[in-house]
Structures are given as C-alpha cells and as structure tokens.
Design a protein around this ligand. Structure first.
Ligand SMILES: [Zn+2]
Length: 147
C-alpha cells in the first residue's frame, strides 16, 4: 500500500521500508503490505491502492490462504479508532512543527488547523487501512502457513 513512497527495494520475501529491512514474520510487513496478520500471504483489503476512494475500505471476510476470519467479533474494528486517532494526532503535530519551522512562531493558528484538517481528510484512506491492519496485528500472531 505504501509501496510507491516508502518501499525502495523489494525481493521475494523482504522489503526495505525507509532503509530498514522488513521480513515476513515482522508485523510491520503485514501492516504496510496489506497482508493477513497470521500468514502474511493472503491480502487483507480487496483493493491494492490506498487511494482508491471508492473501495479503499473493502475488506475480505477471511484470509484466502489460511482462513483467518478478519472480523473476529461484531464491532471488532471499533478499537482501530484509537489507532486512527493517534495517527491523526501525529499528522497535526507534524503540521504544527512544519509551521514552526517554515513560518517561525508568528503564524495564524487557524491556517495550521485548516491545513491539519485538509491533510487529515486527504489521508483518510491511508489512515483507515493502517489503523485496521495495526489493530488486528495487536491481537493476531504470525504463524506462517502450516503445511
Ligand atoms: Zn492468512
């Protein structure tokens, strides 16, 4: 999902994300590659790109490779809201720091708030997917495919 921006090199089983090698078995691999948290093989969201605004939220019900149910109980992704909140706070803090660096301490705080809101809304598909994948990765351990 972040392939375009963060992944600089890709081989069969490992990715370099911001220069750090991430192998299968690492939760980061599942979160950033849209993979099942248990086997890291099956896809999690149906659409590959995060910025498909129509279908970015469409998920598979089960992993096509290991059969893990992605909706483990009703309202399972309610808690993903907390992750999403944390990501949005990070966006706001980044915008604030950017304003401080670029405009010094004398800037109109309403511009900062407006930029934060626009950026937050524009990044909603990405935030949504990262928060759901992070949430399920809190609870499901990597096991690989059992043969
Ligand atoms: Zn799986």
């Amino acid at each position: 999902m972040l392939n375009e921006t963060l992944v600089t090199f890709q081989s069969a089983n490992c990715y370099y994300i911001c220069g750090v090698m991430v192998n299968k078995g690492n939760k980061v691999y599942s979160v950033f590659n849209n993979k099942c948290p248990r086997c890291h093989e099956g896809d999690f969201f149906v659409n590959k790109g995060s910025f498909n605004f129509r279908g970015f939220s469409k998920m598979y019900e089960n992993c096509e490779k290991c059969g893990l149910s992605y909706e483990q109980e009703p309202g399972y992704y309610f808690g993903a809201m907390y992750v999403s909140y944390a990501i949005n706070v990070a966006i706001m803090v980044s915008v604030w720091v950017a304003f401080l660096v670029l405009a010094g301490s004398e800037f109109n705080v309403w511009w900062m708030i407006a930029v934060s809101i626009v950026l937050g809304l524009a990044l909603t598909p990405l935030t949504f997917r990262l928060s759901r994948l992070s949430w399920i990765n809190f609870f499901v351990k990597y096991r690989g495919l059992e043969k």
